[in-house]
Design a binder for this molecule. Structure first.
Ligand SMILES: CC(C)(COP(=O)(O)OP(=O)(O)OC[C@H]1O[C@@H](n2cnc3c(N)ncnc32)[C@H](O)[C@@H]1OP(=O)(O)O)[C@@H](O)C(=O)NCCC(=O)NCCS
Length: 191
């Protein structure tokens, strides 16, 4: 698999993936509290690229065998005394279960901590999203607690588990730690 920055000309492919996989994505999709969902994917990509120009985020396309199969978005990048970012992701159901997302997350976290010099990366996941919980579990991200009614998802404010990792926890790199089967045993609420 490969990660690269999203381009405007990915709009058609992404639109196809998103519209043909509504039942797969909808339960986990961010919505707006007082506006309908927009499927103007070009406008969404433009917005994400604008955030990248302002050093606030990085929208990645996830490619698998040369095809775009999903998205990984880095948002809320803060520098200085906080130096952190959050990550969100999805892949098409046809490629689920091959470790594409944990690989993409590990690559991204290594990039954010080692190249951009950030200190902390966070991922928020609905407690019901067992597939996504497996992603952070595989990588050994630390469980930090529950943020109640944190994000508007699929039409309502939803509780989220918060996971994080900081640079000093993975000096040799997150991807390396996972590949070398050195992920420490973590305490998670569902254990
Ligand atoms: C969550 C998600 C990104 C995981 O991506 P992935 O690349 O499949 O990740 P993995 O290969 O590590 O699989 C993670 C878990 O998904 C589950 N899974 C595997 N294949 C699956 C399939 N075909 N259908 C549903 N779930 C599947 C398994 O529990 C797997 O854990 P395991 O490897 O221990 O069996 C993906 O399921 C997805 O895009 N879901 C919809 C959107 C979403 O939930 N985004 C995250 C919001 S926080």
């Amino acid at each position: 698999m490969r990660l690269r920055v999203l381009r405007l000309r990915d709009a058609r492919t992404l639109e196809h993936l998103i519209l043909t996989n509504r039942p797969w994505l909808r339960p986990w999709e961010a919505t707006l509290p007082d506006a309908p969902m927009s499927f103007d994917i070009k406008a969404q990509i433009r917005g994400l690229l604008r955030q990248m120009d302002q050093d606030q985020g990085i929208p990645f396309a996830i490619e698998y065998r040369g095809q775009v199969v999903g998205q990984l978005n880095v948002a809320n990048i803060l520098y200085g005394s906080v130096s952190s970012a959050i990550i969100g992701y999805w892949v098409a159901p046809e490629v689920a279960g091959r470790g594409i997302t944990p690989t993409a997350v590990a690559l991204t976290i290594d990039y954010l901590l080692n190249q951009l010099g950030l200190h902390r990366v966070e991922i928020a996941i609905r407690p019901e999203n067992t597939a996504s919980l497996r992603v952070v579990e595989k990588l050994g991200l630390r469980f930090e607690g529950t943020k109640e009614r944190y994000i508007h998802i699929n039409g309502d404010w939803r509780d989220h588990y918060l996971f994080a990792i900081t640079a000093e926890e993975i000096r040799g790199g997150l991807l390396n730690r996972w590949m070398q089967k050195k992920v420490p045993a973590m305490k998670y609420p569902w254990h």
